[in-house]
Design a protein around this ligand. Structure first.
Ligand code: F0G
Length: 407
């Protein structure tokens, strides 16, 4: 389907085939828009039924339809029914969407498959991003698959070991800058302005189109219905905006009547959007020195904050914050109770849910989906920091038997 780019602030439109990430009139963010009139919703629903759960299943609502898209098999992640956790915290319907099942272990792959095909369609030869880790792992993998060169800028010493290993193994040029993620994002934008390099951070609206497919999947996995509430970890706020767009499109097509309430969750030490909402401020005040053990969301100046505010307003949701202790506790519970091993940032959604169900904003009979954004294997250092160490034992039955008395 033909698409155009539209500024979220001044509504200026741009053709889809120019390389731009911001409105040239007012400098604000862009969004991909479609002519939904062209779609026959009934026929589309039937067609989708015949395809297996994957990002490209939804190609009619993606901004490009390559005949053989570059793909690593992203999407189609499990929506787990979490009955035990649910009753532990007094809820009736709790599901968790495990995005760690994606090819490189995070939700970024949904966006990256679309972004990399866009890069190819535009004739670009080099890709780039700034990253707290997962974007760099994902972009490096998809660039490798597509035969493109890739440069990633990461905050030196601040990304999880698993993610760094991925970016290196996939052959990206890894530049560890002496600064934080926000600094890296400023620099990578300058690089992409100056050189013919395609930027694939979440200010690239085409990438976000892939990420919206999570909403379509939840709808299908819940037997063509939607949950009352969706909790999403928030860093740059691209993902929550993309998922919301997916639900809005389902409504536009007449597939659903109501949309879920969207709740974003930031880590307390990196929570400028949550603070803004709490203090009822008009604009974002960046956190100059963001700090959290959930390094994936260690972001002080989220580029998509305006899109996120729109989501909060339209969905009657909110963005809250949780402490690192709450995040680690949530990570432990997901692993020990439901067998779901997620990285700290990935557990922020569940930590936020546990915090907010204490308030009277939510009723225990409502349905909840927590998006678990990244795989636990990404960040082994967190485990050595917060979990029990293995116990050294002698290689004999006496020593082993003694240990088995207390498991
Ligand atoms: N969860 C995980 C595991 C992430 O890696 C990220 C972002 C988020 C949540 C937040 O998503 O930025 O769209 O609000 N990681 C980026 C990166 C910033 O570079 O990998 P967001």
């Amino acid at each position: 389907m033909k698409t155009i780019l539209k500024c979220i602030n001044c509504s200026e439109v741009f053709p889809e085939n120019i390389i731009t990430y911001k409105c040239s009139q007012c400098g604000d963010l862009l969004d991909v828009t479609y002519d939904y009139q062209e779609i026959d919703p009934r026929a589309l629903k039937e067609e989708w039924k015949s395809r297996s759960l994957k990002v490209w299943k939804y190609k009619e609502l993606l901004p490009l339809q390559p005949i053989n898209p570059v793909t690593l098999g992203e999407g189609g992640t499990t929506l787990h029914k979490c009955s035990k956790l649910s009753s532990m915290i007094g809820l009736k319907h709790l599901h968790a969407k495990n995005e760690g099942e994606n090819p490189t272990g995070s939700f970024k792959d949904r966006g990256m498959t679309v972004g990399i095909n866009k890069a190819l369609a535009l004739g670009m030869k080099i890709t780039a991003c700034a990253s707290t880790g997962n974007t760099s792992a994902s972009l490096a993998a998809y660039s490798a698959k597509a035969g493109l060169k890739c440069v990633v800028l990461i905050p030196s010493g601040k990304i999880a070991a698993g993610k760094l290993s991925q970016a290196i193994a996939f052959g990206a040029k890894v530049l560890a800058i002496k600064g934080n993620f926000d600094d890296a994002l400023v620099m990578v934008q300058k690089i992409c302005e100056k050189y013919p390099i395609y930027l694939l951070n979440s200010i690239n609206p085409f990438r976000l189109e892939g990420q919206k497919t999570l909403a379509y999947e939840v709808y299908e996995q819940m037997n063509y219905s939607i949950p009352d509430n969706v909790f999403v970890p928030v860093g740059n706020a691209g993902n929550i905006s993309a998922i919301w767009k997916g639900f809005c499109e389902l409504k536009k097509l007449g597939f659903i009547e109501n949309r879920p309430r969207m709740i974003g969750v930031q880590a307390e030490g990196a929570s400028p959007i949550a603070s803004m909402i709490k203090e009822n401020k008009e604009s974002l005040e960046p956190f100059m020195n963001p700090e959290t053990d959930a390094t994936a969301i260690r972001i002080g100046s989220p580029v998509n904050w305006k899109k996120a505010l729109k989501v909060v307003k339209e969905s009657k949701g909110t963005i809250t914050s949780v402490t690192d202790a709450e995040i680690i506790e949530a990570q432990k519970q997901l692993a020990k109770v439901e067998g779901l091993f997620v990285e700290p940032a990935g557990a922020a959604s569940f930590a936020g849910l546990k915090k907010l169900i204490e308030t009277d904003e939510f009723s225990s009979s409502e349905s909840f989906v927590c998006v678990l954004t990244g795989n636990g294997l990404k960040d082994p250092d967190i485990i050595s920091k917060y979990y029990k160490k293995p116990i050294e034992v002698e290689n004999n039955m006496e020593s082993l038997g003694g240990q088995l008395l207390d498991i």
